[in-house]
Write a protein that binds this ligand. Sequence first.
Ligand SMILES: [Zn+2]
Length: 338
Amino acid sequence: MSESRHARQVALPVIGAEGQRRLSRATVAVVGLGALGSVEAEWLVRAGVGRLLLVDRDVVETTNLQRQVLYTEDDAARGRPKAEAAAARLRAVDSAVDLVPLALDLGPEAAEERLAEADLLLDGTDNFETRYLLNDLAVATRRPWVYAGAVGIHGAVAAFPVGTGCLRCLWPEPPPPGATPTCRDAGVLGPAVGAVASLAAAQAVRLLVGDAPEAPRLLHLDAWSLEVHAVAVPRDPECPACGARRFPWLDGERGRAEAEPVCGSEAVQLPADGARPDLVAGARRLAGRVEGLETTAGLVRWRHRGLELYLFADGRVLVRGTRDVGRARSALARTLGC
Ligand SMILES: [Zn+2]
């Protein structure tokens, strides 16, 4: 019985039986399944959210295990897509929750199409391009979303109920590339990210049970010194997103560069060139010509001169072992051809 599983949560006056029913009927998109998304997704599954869309473009690496609590050494050794490894782990936590792994790079089209059914968007990403895309999507489609970010020993979280203001009221523009530290340069304390992700999950639960605050708040946390600051985020009538209702990230006018090194990782991502690839034909072409060829559902993996290449069903190629876009493109061209 779901009531007995969630009894300690139903007992909370802020949730109750009606709140629990709302959670069980809700669909949440967790975008990014690294350190933030791992913790967020696990709390929502344990809380009894009915359906989770689990979005991540990357595969599990050994350096993830220090903070990305859904994954194991086996996932890293196999280079499993995070979306699939996360879904498998969370299914073992609660088999009644409907888990939808989406191993894809979230561009504007995918965001609109694949996240259309989500009642709430939850930020598990490591980059501002995706966050501003989520903000555009949430404001444009009048859905609540929760921002979270962490690096070093710090983190921040903010919940944006519908019609109350948004991320661009707070920060009209994302920081320029390279202006903010990444977890690769600055390091990251696992429990600091975990704390921020837990607060983000709590805010998601609050919004899902229908107890939305009147105005967004931004909380900043230093997990080392235990300094915490929270400020109200006033709605900016001049805000380009929720004021003027312009959505350049969703319209594709702004966004990430064509091919880019993956944040915090020794890897390059090459975007899909349009058509969806035929994975079976691709694997056949590679057979006998490359090392370490493996085919799983939605993924072909192989090695070339010290690099590992992954071809995903949506046409993206992830090249691990370099941050040099040219070297990554060359490895792809020499093996799979153009
Ligand atoms: Zn705004």
